[in-house]
Design a protein around this ligand. Structure first.
Ligand SMILES: *Cc1c(COP(=O)(O)O)cnc(C)c1O
Length: 401
């Protein structure tokens, strides 16, 4: 078989690329609606095949029959750390540093206040990704107010120049949710740490789409959600990463009884648990947590590096198809062309983006719209193929007629 080339027509090229796709078989691990091209897995991941049966067992047997015994006998109690260890390899963390529970917003609060306390006195500023996802910005403002810091909105590229002896905490999004730009986690983390500040990364749009390397790059703290690229289901619990070296000093602003060293001693004084368990707050949301655990089986034997390679091939191919099908001047890619700066989505700026996306969805191509003028297409390599990318671009081209 000859190599597919750019001169072949896009549909033939898509077929060749799908035929050569080493991850193509993973689509069978998901339940996907017929006839729909789903490019919104960066908002809500697809349903992994094993989740319905696993969730049903949790409800009918573990809860319905075993009742309270399940905290021990079904290992409910240890779920936050156990599932954290299942996520850990996907974000490049050794075991014992990731705990699952609460929302990303709540974990961000714990991480930012915890980071300010780790940074210690004498530092007054919290640098926050100026284009951050809104909840991160709101939480950062409150966390800063509580810890006596001042938020300085900063473009990630300007962080190295903005760092100083007065910087306490730096909060960055690994991938920008709107543009799909991938920020330099290794370089920025190194710069933050060299300034003596604490680096907090939000991995919502990178975990499950590309290698993160939390340990390798000495990230201090990180948070992320599990319902996007990790396919945990609507509202599935988020996670908090506390690097081993910070765990003994990590002082959570939400010291709930689940993070106590001996929760059932029911003592009036709070003594934090050893290790990442001190990142827990209250009783875990077991139903969604165990649905997430089953969802993570979709990753069995899947190297994140292979996912990244396919993600880049998919977004490259989609951009190529858009260039082939969409009349010139109608859309403008806001996602960087360079692989080093690209996450796993393609954002296209266009006039009437809201209406264009509505029309795409009506024609079976599901992406999403981000105000004011962005069409967002998420590429989730576990279940999206090259023919999907081709059909999405072709449909977009027809809308522009
Ligand atoms: C999706 C997302 C969130 C979501 O936070 P929730 O608390 O789950 O609503 C937060 N931050 C970023 C960067 C996101 O992309």
């Amino acid at each position: 078989m000859s190599e597919p080339t750019a001169t072949t027509d896009p549909a033939a090229r898509a077929a060749a690329l799908d035929g050569a796709d080493a991850l193509g078989h993973l689509r069978e691990r998901f339940v996907l609606p017929e006839g729909v091209v789903y490019l919104d897995g960066n908002s809500l991941g697809a349903l992994p095949a094993g989740v319905a049966a696993a969730a049903s067992d949790v409800v009918t047997r573990q809860w319905g029959e075993l009742l309270i015994r399940s905290w021990d006998e079904s290992d409910w109690w240890s779920a936050p750390e156990r599932i954290g260890d299942k996520i850990a390899p996907l974000v490049g963390a050794a075991p014992g540093q990731v705990v699952v529970g609460d929302s990303t917003s709540v974990n961000l609060f714990k991480a930012l206040v915890g980071a300010a306390r780790l940074a210690g006195p004498g530092r007054t500023r919290m640098l926050v990704d100026a284009a951050t996802f809104p909840t991160d910005g709101y939480i950062a403002q409150s966390a800063a107010r509580m810890t006596g810091l001042t938020v300085v909105p900063t473009d990630p590229a300007d962080v190295p120049g903005a760092l100083g002896a007065d910087t306490a905490v730096v909060l960055l999004n690994h991938v920008d949710y709107r543009t799909g730009r991938l920020h330099d986690l290794p370089g920025l983390t190194a710069a933050v740490r060299a300034a003596g500040a604490v680096a907090v990364w939000d991995l919502c749009h990178s975990a499950g789409a590309l290698p993160v390397g939390l340990d390798a790059h000495a990230v201090d703290l990180a948070v992320g959600c599990t319902y996007k690229y990790l396919n945990g289901g609507p509202g599935s619990p988020a996670y908090l990463y506390i690097a081993q070296r910070h765990q003994a000093a990590f002082d959570s602003p939400l010291p709930g009884w689940n993070g106590h060293t001996d929760p059932f001693a029911m003592t009036p004084a709070y003594l934090p648990a050893e290790g990442v368990a001190r990142g827990r707050v209250g009783t875990p949301d077991i139903l969604s947590m165990l649905a997430l655990e089953a969802a993570l089986d979709a990753w069995d034997g899947v190297p994140v590096e292979a996912v990244r390679a396919k993600s880049l091939a998919l977004t490259d191919f989609f951009l190529e198809c858009v260039a082939a099908y969409v009349p010139p001047g109608r859309v403008e890619a806001v996602t960087p062309a360079e692989h080093a700066h690209r996450g796993s989505q393609v954002s296209l700026r266009t006039e009437n983006a809201r209406e264009v996306m509505r029309e795409l969805i009506a024609r079976g191509v599901v992406g999403d719209f981000r105000a004011p003028d962005v069409l967002r297409f998420g590429f989730t390599p576990l279940y999206v193929g090259f023919a999907d990318a081709e059909r999405a671009a072709r449909t977009l081209g027809r809308i522009f007629g």
